[in-house]
Design a protein around this ligand. Structure first.
Ligand code: NAD
Ligand code: MG
Length: 391
């Protein structure tokens, strides 16, 4: 029986993870869970899965939850320290890192430092603190399994050992992208799109932030950096390929000319189940892939003129140091501002570029450097938004 700590239980990845736990009660049990503010959703999870400890983002949310769940033998807690503590708890075997954004970094690291198998959905933590993050994974000999569908596909397509995948004889990584809802739109057409339009992903159902990132291709930018850290390559060894059907989830190209791809219906339960059951496989409720129904798989190059975020991510990688934390923080601010209708869709990439160029990029020696870059960039971005001084 594997004890799961589910960070971000009320989100989209959280829900899919709970589905897998519910389908395999003899293999997995939810021991700890967290959410930020969604009290009602969390109350339902508590009644259904009866975890031991639950952490909310604020005291008020904790109190409301405890009130709604009277009679259940659960420890209701709140705040950052409690979040670190449920990830490193002795009852936990696997941590599913499914918090949205930079807020996921500290608890994910807490689980890694406690030696827990880490299922990484929260790409922002790896993007911002990449080298420190991977050093901690190595130091604590942690099994790190990528849950992001592309990285999970790459992982599955790499040569396997009993300790995980390795990179031998690989020539390139082919990172697929759906292209998002505006793949074939002109810049003029994208100028006035609404948050509702941007959130409507053609193939995947996901949280709001990653949906906007998919529409602006920042998601692919973050994933490019994520792939570089995970698989020890540079952006020069990663080709982004737009594949609108999202059936091939990514590929690995080998020295001899072989290309290995992982395919499946676009449903996050597949990579989640893979991570939870590795090195074995377990059933999911995802319907089998019917290639005759799919009929055609298409591929094209990404357009960096219309989607500059992808280029910015590669630039940030080569700038190194805190550049990736700066880009991520700015993008989080930009996405929130777009969702609040304070800025337009195309302003997201504009703001990202402005802050990345204006920021003082320094080397990352410890976690404080990453947090300082995050704080500083948010402030810079918010200042530019309120003065309108970035387009
Ligand atoms: P979501 O918005 O649906 O859920 C986010 C979860 O994190 C919620 O439980 C929320 O309560 C919690 N949360 C949000 N802000 C928080 C904060 N400041 N402190 C503590 N908890 C907080 O997001 P999602 O779509 O499930 O994505 C989660 C992560 O997984 C993201 O990093 C995303 O990039 C990654 N991811 C998601 C998908 C997907 O299909 N949804 C695919 C690949 C990767
Ligand atoms: Mg992805």
């Amino acid at each position: 029986m594997q004890g799961i700590c589910l960070l971000g239980a009320t989100g989209s990845i959280g829900q899919s993870t709970l589905d897998i736990i519910a389908q395999h009660p003899e293999k997995f049990t939810l021991v700890n869970a967290s959410a930020n503010e969604s009290v009602d959703k969390m109350a339902e999870i508590c009644r259904r899965f009866k975890p031991l400890r639950v952490v909310m983002g604020s005291q008020q949310a904790r109190d409301e939850l405890a009130y709604k769940c009277q009679g259940l033998a659960i420890s209701f807690e709140w705040g950052e320290e409690a979040l670190d503590s449920i990830a490193s708890d002795s009852a936990v075997d696997q941590v599913m890192a499914a918090i949205m954004g930079f807020a996921g970094l500290k608890p994910t690291l807490a689980g890694i430092r406690a030696g827990k198998r880490t299922l990484l959905a929260n790409k922002e933590s790896l993007v911002t603190a990449g080298k420190l993050f991977m050093d901690e994974v190595a130091r604590h000999d942690v099994m790190l399994l990528p849950i992001d569908s592309e990285h999970n596909a790459i992982y599955q397509s790499l040569p396997q050992t009993s300790h995980g995948a390795h990179q031998q004889d690989v020539s390139k990584i082919l990172l697929t992208a759906s292209g998002g809802p505006f793949r074939s739109w002109t810049l003029d057409e994208m100028k006035f799109v609404t948050p509702e339009q941007a959130c409507k992903h053609p193939n995947w159902s996901m949280g709001q932030k990653i949906s906007i990132d998919s529409a602006s291709l920042m998601n692919k930018g973050l994933e490019l950096i994520e792939a570089c850290w995970l698989f020890d390559v540079t952006p020069n060894q990663v080709d982004v390929v737009v594949h609108p059907e999202s059936i091939i989830h990514s590929m690995v190209s080998y020295l001899d000319g072989s290309v290995i791809a992982q395919m499946g219906n676009p449903d996050m339960k597949i990579p989640i189940a893979y991570g939870m059951s590795w090195p074995n496989r377990i059933e999911t409720s995802v319907p089998p892939l019917n290639l005759v129904d799919v009929a055609r798989l298409n591929f094209e190059s990404p357009d960096l003129m219309r989607f500059p975020n992808l280029k910015l991510a590669s630039d940030a990688w080569f700038m190194g140091g805190t550049a990736m934390a700066v880009l991520n923080a700015t993008n989080e601010i930009a996405v929130t501002a777009f969702l609040n209708r304070q800025i337009g869709f195309l302003d997201i990439a504009r703001l990202n570029e402005r802050v990345l160029m204006a920021a003082n990029i320094v080397a990352v020696n410890d976690l404080d450097d990453v947090f300082e870059a995050d704080r500083y960039s948010r402030q810079l971005a918010l200042g530019m938004i309120s003065s309108g001084n970035f387009s």
